[in-house]
Ligand binder design. Structure first.
Ligand SMILES: [Ca+2]
Length: 140
């Protein structure tokens, strides 16, 4: 999605997106706390994600991919395979890891750790350099 060019609209759009994300995260945390306090065991978001990760290694793999996508070592990192080939490699590696997880017991943490560099070097988030420097300026 491309942000509108007008600075005022861009700033308002960013603010709305951040507010929506904040409200969504707060709602998930509040729901998780409420679910933790009820009489039903294993029904919190955290417990369900953990259970899903135990059932299929694809879940921690996907979390690792997203972590690598967001938190890679350089702002100007480019994928080592040009698009759209990088998406194909990410999808294929996800399919292979998920299939391996069905055939053998793989630890969740290993899938998570292995996926982060894949997400970073095949699917790095390319941030707008202007938006990044703007953000860094506001943090000072
Ligand atoms: Ca509960």
């Amino acid at each position: 999605m491309k942000l509108p060019q007008n600075q005022v609209v861009r700033a308002a759009t960013k603010r709305v997106v951040l507010i929506v994300l904040g409200v969504l995260i707060a709602a998930l945390i509040i729901a998780d706390i409420d679910l933790a306090r009820d009489d039903i065991d294993g029904n919190t978001w955290s417990e369900l994600v953990r259970l899903a990760g135990d059932r299929t290694i694809g879940v921690p793999w996907l979390f690792g991919l997203v972590m690598g996508h967001w938190f890679h070592p350089s702002d100007d990192l480019k994928p080592i395979v040009d698009p759209p080939g990088n998406a194909l490699v990410v999808l294929l590696s996800t399919a292979v890891i998920t299939a391996l997880g069905l055939l053998m017991s793989l630890p969740m943490w290993l899938a998570f750790i292995a996926a982060a560099p894949v997400g970073a070097y095949l699917w790095p988030m390319s941030a707008n350099p202007d938006a990044l420097s703007e953000l860094k300026e506001t943090r000072k």
